[in-house]
Ligand binder design. Structure first.
Ligand code: PXG
Length: 296
């Protein structure tokens, strides 16, 4: 595998960064998780836009332009001959001193890894997930805003540990007021009648790119899409529940904190969103390989 580090492609075994990089020392950096399907990078522009918003929020100087990030991402896929896979793009604060002052870091670093994707087992999509609510609440937006996709993911990792301890793959995280925020690495949706509900971003959720796509799909299906504050009560009494994320795509949830959701099997609305999502990801995106001449 060839890894992009600051403009150069390195073999995996030589792909190394300094132990003085503040990304490592303090989790001082940002990232994106992006998917490629069928030789195209899905929603690349949106991911790069979000990367720039994260950079702005943490006052990280970006060493590349939007265009250059997009080119470097596509090029990393091409060098690895990746048609379908998962791309991890990181920007760290760069090499500094042992003090936490970011001003000591002269230049931020860019790392792009284009790898095969570890898919969730097919069973999760067919039978639906059982999830729980975990005790660790989502970060306060006044402390570390969950909209920032930072390299400091301990809040989510603590919740993931609690999910795993409870025998689950994913978990609902509440915010400090007790409203549903999101899951550890996915946004959450409820179907109630002809409405699709998802927590507002102010409840403490990432501005999920899959979230946005799911909302657009639901509107196309004739659903009213709302973003009210949601409680666990709303989740328990929903007709259907599903999660969205670049990695997980759209996954049905059939049980939450011991309560069966709807009929206890993935519902028709969820399945339709899954179908439309998969059609979209396979038919759109930034091409990785140049089109062959004469063949269209
Ligand atoms: N919320 C959080 C906290 C996330 O990290 C999402 C929602 C979904 O956003 P997108 O834009 O992907 O629809 C994410 C992103 C993993 C993993 O290994 C998952 C994410 C990021 C990095 C790793 O499960 N999900």
């Amino acid at each position: 595998m060839k890894i992009y580090i600051d403009g150069k492609f390195c073999d995996e075994k030589n792909a190394k960064i300094s132990v003085f990089d503040h990304g490592l020392l303090y989790g001082d950096g940002i990232f994106e998780g992006i998917r490629a399907y069928n030789g195209r990078v899905f929603r690349l522009k949106e991911h790069i836009d979000r990367l720039f918003y994260s950079a702005k929020a943490i006052m990280l100087n970006m060493p590349l332009t939007h265009e250059e990030f997009m080119k470097a991402t596509v090029e990393t896929c091409r060098r690895n001959n990746l048609k379908d896979g998962y791309i991890r793009l990181l920007v760290t604060r760069g090499v500094g001193t042992l003090g936490l002052n970011p001003n000591k870091c002269k230049k931020s670093s860019v790392i792009i890894i284009a790898d095969k994707i570890q898919l969730y087992p097919q069973e999760f999509y067919e039978k639906g997930l059982t999830i729980i609510t975990v005790p660790t609440t989502r970060n306060l937006h006044s402390a570390l805003n969950p909209a920032i996709k930072s390299l400091n993911y301990l809040n989510n990792i603590l919740a993931k540990i609690e999910a795993n301890n409870g025998g689950c793959e994913e978990a609902i995280m509440l915010n400090s007021e007790g409203y549903v925020a999101e899951c550890t690495g996915d946004n959450i949706f409820l179907v109630k009648g002809r409405q699709l509900l998802t927590p507002p971003l102010s409840a403490g959720a990432l501005y999920g790119i899959t979230r946005k796509v799911a909302m657009d799909i639901a509107r196309e299906m004739g659903f009213e899409v709302l973003e009210p504050n949601l409680t666990r009560y709303d989740v328990f009494n929903a007709d259907e529940c599903f999660l969205t994320g670049t990695g997980a795509e759209v996954v049905p949830v059939v049980k939450v904190d011991g309560r069966v959701i709807g009929s206890g099997i993935p519902g028709p609305v969820t399945l339709e969103v899954v179908t439309r999502y998969l059609q979209l990801v396979h038919a759109s995106g930034e091409p990785i390989f140049p089109a062959k001449k004469g063949k269209r």
